[in-house]
Design a protein around this ligand. Structure first.
Ligand code: AGP
Length: 619
């Protein structure tokens, strides 16, 4: 989730650099690992960029001052392709004359193919990024057209994936051109100056008048004009609005909390984690793992190690991994794994799951696994973190920075990444045909829209949460893939609402937990779809009857059209149907929203709950 700022102002005030640096500072909350700026200085492009925080960039600029300018772009990078280095930091220069600078947020899916043809055409590359490909394409188009807007239009026609691009050209001072597809871009409307940003925080210090950019649109700003065209060249107009958020709220994109924002970002987190990992035939392509297929074919056991919510993502993915690969898959708490003398050898694949990539318990488990000779793959959301560096390979989730302590979008992205690993293993070992892999990938591609459908239905869940704000204990039941979702739903409520909450396997009820049921006891039940194998659906419906008969207040999460649950449910929370193994990505959402709303009703700090840290870097 990179931060993007563009500014063009009157030549006389020449404050472009200050405006852009201020905007980048307001975008720091998005998380980043490098930053850079570019200005038009006479008939040259001048760039300053450094890995690390903005302070490093400021030092660089102090050491190598930039001349005043009226045209500038700036970027904070959350690394996806290529590590967080000075070279990979944005902006990137394009063309042989290096007179074009470009910044980018998103993932260009087809950049490998484009880069190959550009190298063959003689273009040189200084970075590992997909962004540099776009810089060259726009520069080459500019050499043909002499117009930055038209050059951008020709370039984006060749790009696939999700991107927001901003470009400036030394031969066109006073002009910034932006383009967006599946990635945010908003225009700030000033007096004698105009702004571009990945969100309004980029320019809220200068103007509250903004304009939305639609999908597949290009905007050209000058000090006195804003013009928008579609990718096909036809003119259009963005929707103008007044930003009534204060600067602090703007950092959260107008949301009351980062957690609320990140829950809503889950469709994008899943989509971005899938992006660029299949070929045109729908086959999985995980070359980024840089692990030989022979090594993967020798794996005879999988152990997933993680903590907290990350552990629940592993528990969830286990069902799919075993079903698709037919390899036994254990899921271990990292802090238990390394002390129980685990049976691990060179044929064991140990997958660590960690949003931060810095959790000490998980890091120590990975080191232990490597000492035992295991092959280690990290599923991580933070580029260049310690755990990926200590692993043989890494599969990054692309959830963007997760600021709230309570993990939400990283959780669904972790499950998605573990699914990709399981499917890839099945593909490499010949256990799943190309058609089957493509079919499952198509089902996964449908999930973001289904998650959005659930997000759009949450008013009643919020109402229930406010009504239950005084609850002293809430239970969560689930079976099969619904069981780890029950556990995660309980953890969310514990973490941010400080309420005793416990998740159980529904089948375990009669072995003890049912003694907890008393009149009015709230119990969430995650119900498998009616077509789930082994008649699990009717078994869970029976479980609901058992607790309802003892007075429980049953809050049932069930698929659209599932009428069997209605007679026994005090509340039915409807979710769209999906293949059983993929349902957890959908059914977790109401439980996240419930916990958030209940904690909010209690007036608690949902982003920074008591006693907790975002990353537990001690054992
Ligand atoms: C989840 O909401 C918590 N923040 C916590 O359980 C977290 O998942 C756990 O500490 C693991 O963190 P990691 O993913 O950064 O390794």
């Amino acid at each position: 989730m990179c931060g993007i700022v563009g500014y063009v102002g009157p030549a006389v005030d020449e404050t472009a650099l200050d405006v852009v640096m201020e905007g980048l500072a307001r975008l720091e909350y998005r998380g980043y690992d490098s930053a850079g700026v570019a200005v038009i200085d006479d008939d040259e492009i001048a760039i300053r960029k450094r890995s690390g925080k903005l302070a490093n960039l400021r030092s660089e600029i102090s050491a190598h001052p930039l001349h005043a300018s009226s045209t500038a772009i700036g970027h904070t990078r959350w690394a996806t392709h290529g590590g967080p280095t000075d070279n990979n930091a944005h902006p990137h220069l394009g063309g042989q004359d290096r007179k074009l600078a470009l910044i980018h947020n998103g993932i260009i899916e087809n950049f490998h193919r484009l880069k190959t043809s550009l190298v063959d055409a003689g273009q040189s590359f200084l970075s590992e990024t997909d962004t540099e490909v776009a810089a060259h394409l726009v520069a080459m188009a500019y050499e043909r057209t002499g117009d930055l807007t038209e050059a951008m239009r020709e370039a984006v026609a060749q790009l696939e994936g999700a991107f927001t691009l901003l470009a400036i050209h030394a031969d066109q001072p006073g002009v910034v051109v932006g383009a967006r597809r599946n990635s945010p871009l908003v225009v700030g409307l000033g007096e004698g100056a105009n702004y571009l940003g990945s969100d309004v925080a980029a320019f809220i210090g200068h103007t509250r008048e903004a304009m939305e950019m639609g999908q597949d649109e290009i905007v050209t700003i000058t000090p006195d004009s804003v013009s928008v065209i579609r990718f096909d060249g036809t003119p259009t107009e963005g929707k103008r609005y007044h930003v009534d958020w204060d600067a602090a709220a703007a950092e959260k994109g107008g949301y009351p909390s980062f957690m609320a924002k990140e829950i809503d970002e889950q469709p994008q987190a899943i989509g971005d984690t899938l992006l660029g990992r299949t070929d045109s035939e729908g086959r999985l392509v995980l070359d980024e793992l840089r692990i030989s297929e022979d090594s993967l074919r020798e794996v005879d056991k999988i152990v997933i190690v993680a903590c907290g919510t990350a552990w629940y993502s592993g528990l969830t993915a286990k069902y799919a991994i075993e079903h698709w690969t037919r390899i036994p898959c254990e899921v271990e708490l990292a802090h238990e794994f390394r002390y129980r003398d685990p049976v691990v050898d060179e044929h064991t694949l140990v997958i660590s799951v960690s949003q931060s990539g810095e959790t000490m318990d998980t890091l120590m488990a990975v080191k232990h696994a490597r000492e035992l000779g295991a092959l280690t793959i990290s599923v991580c959301n933070t580029h260049g973190a310690t755990i990926p560096r200590e692993s043989d390979a890494v599969l990054y989730t692309h959830a963007g920075p997760e600021i709230a302590v309570a993990s939400t979008k990283a959780f669904v992205a972790q499950i998605t990444a573990c699914y990709l690993l399981g499917l890839y293993l099945a593909q490499v070992r010949g256990v799943a045909t190309g058609e089957r892999v493509a079919e499952i990938m198509a089902d996964l591609a449908d999930i973001p829209a289904k998650v959005q459908t659930v997000l759009d239905r949450m008013d009643r869940v919020r109402e229930i949460a406010r009504f239950m704000a005084d609850s002293r204990a809430v239970l969560f039941l689930g079976r099969h893939v619904g069981y780890p979702i029950a556990l995660e739903g309980a953890l969310k409520l514990k973490e941010i609402a400080y309420i005793h909450a416990e998740g159980f396997a529904a089948g375990e009820l009669k072995h003890g937990p049912i003694a907890l049921i008393e009149p009015g006891q709230p119990v969430f039940v995650v119900v498998p779809g009616p077509d789930t194998p082994h008649d699990l659906h009717s078994k869970v419906v029976s479980n609901i009857q058992e607790i309802r008969a003892r007075g429980a207040r049953t809050l049932v999460i069930a698929e659209d059209g599932d009428e069997a649950v209605v007679p026994f449910a005090d509340e039915v929370i409807r979710v769209p149907a999906a293949p059983t193994l993929l349902m957890p990505l959908i059914t977790i959402v109401p439980l996240q929203v419930f916990a958030l709303e209940l904690a909010t009703a209690k007036g608690l700090d949902v982003d920074q709950p008591r006693n907790l840290a975002k990353s537990v870097t001690v054992e």
